[in-house]
Write a protein that binds this ligand. Sequence first.
Ligand code: AMP
Ligand code: MG
Length: 483
Amino acid sequence: MLQIRFDNTYARDMEGLYVPWQGIKAPAPEMILLNRALAEELGLDPDALQSPQGLAMLTGSDMPEGAHPLAMAYAGHQFGGFSPQLGDGRALLVGEVIDRHGTRRDIHLKGSGRTPFSRGGDGKAALGPVLREYIVGEAMHALGVPTTRALAAVATGDTVYRETPLPGAVLARVAASHLRVGSFQFLLARGDHARLRRLADYAIDRHYPDLAGRDGRYLGLLQAVADRQAALVAQWMALGFVHGVMNTDNCTISGETIDYGPCAFIDGYDPQAVFSSVDHGGRYAYGNQPLLIQWNLARLAETLLPLIAPDNPEEALPDARAVIDGVPLRYAETRRARFGAKLGIAAPGQRDEALIDGYLALLAEVRADFTQSFRALTPAASGDDSALRAHLGAAKGLDDWLAQWRGRIGTGSAMVMGAANPVYIPRNHLVEGALADAHDGNLETTRRLLDALSRPYTEREGREPYAGPAPSDFGPYVTFCGT
Ligand code: AMP
Ligand code: MG
């Protein structure tokens, strides 16, 4: 029996920001992947999730008691252009549960059919993108990055038409919430300041409860979101992660990474790396992400002005601007900490910036494999620089840099580096290989990949194929938004 103790605050408190809605019936639902550990963390019975009732919930076909399925309304800037109404065009918020740690979590479906927000879309998701989000999201979690999680991937038995007919699937994902910068923009665009205030207070209660009821809480909310997002992007950068579609509707208030679409990890280091087929201008290139998060946070700031200074929103500008102007500094601090750790420096100071930038310049010069080059620093710290030279031997200035670095690092550096430089990341060719096999009905490749990615910082015997860069015939990697 599927029994879930839902407690749906969004449905209760955020009327006007959603439409109650049902999914379509999946013709032949079949469990593809179930995240049993996450189910248990949520207090859900994994076996019940696999029952016909469980599959009905996980595809949106039929809901258990206590669920309050709804499509969320939100707006957003997509590649810089504003859409006052986006919303869940193929997603449903099933409801909220309190997990084993006492944290409220959303259970949410992607690919459950059309909604009033679908515009021209079919409301569906294909198996490949569903598995991609599952794999990359779970990898990010294991890497220590705040992220939505994957609870299950269920094949619907339906056919989804993209360039070709594809098997349909639904991703059930879990998030601290699905509040986005775009949720605030939706209400600002309608001039609905009363609901905007309710949303801000709701977000504060849910994610920043220390601010609740305090004077100055809306400016505090802006600062808190800015801090989390700056820290999040610093983590992305330290892992070579390119989100690919940093639109304001994909920018959470919780500070979790959300919506793994045309995302990718860098192999050879290139600050301008872009993978998405639709990102022609390189707006969301690897090296632009810190700038773009500031831009997105400025959009959030605009929505909070009427709450910070209700009588005259313009009066809120100096304070709000100070927060936004401070984003680069916040980013620089967390970036220094993250990259310092990657070099084995536990408490890096400003003078270590030159060492960090110097190493990245070496990587860029020869497009060295980002992940492996950092990992190769661990043996190099204790005198064995053969792996490092294999990657960076051709880079001018390597010896000078090595001398400076060796003069800087201390005895604990190997441990610091080991915890900051992963061995296994969801490399593009591995993800593509897993998706291709899954398309042919073989899920073993995906399962083995998920296993390798579940402990990314620990080198394990037999997992060597998961550590290396793409084979030379893999070619340039392009990801598609046609998710
Ligand atoms: P995403 O790129 O997944 O963040 O989606 C951007 C917007 O497009 C959101 O409002 C989605 O709900 C909507 N969307 C994406 N794919 C579809 C689809 N197949 N059918 C309907 N809406 C979609
Ligand atoms: Mg999105």
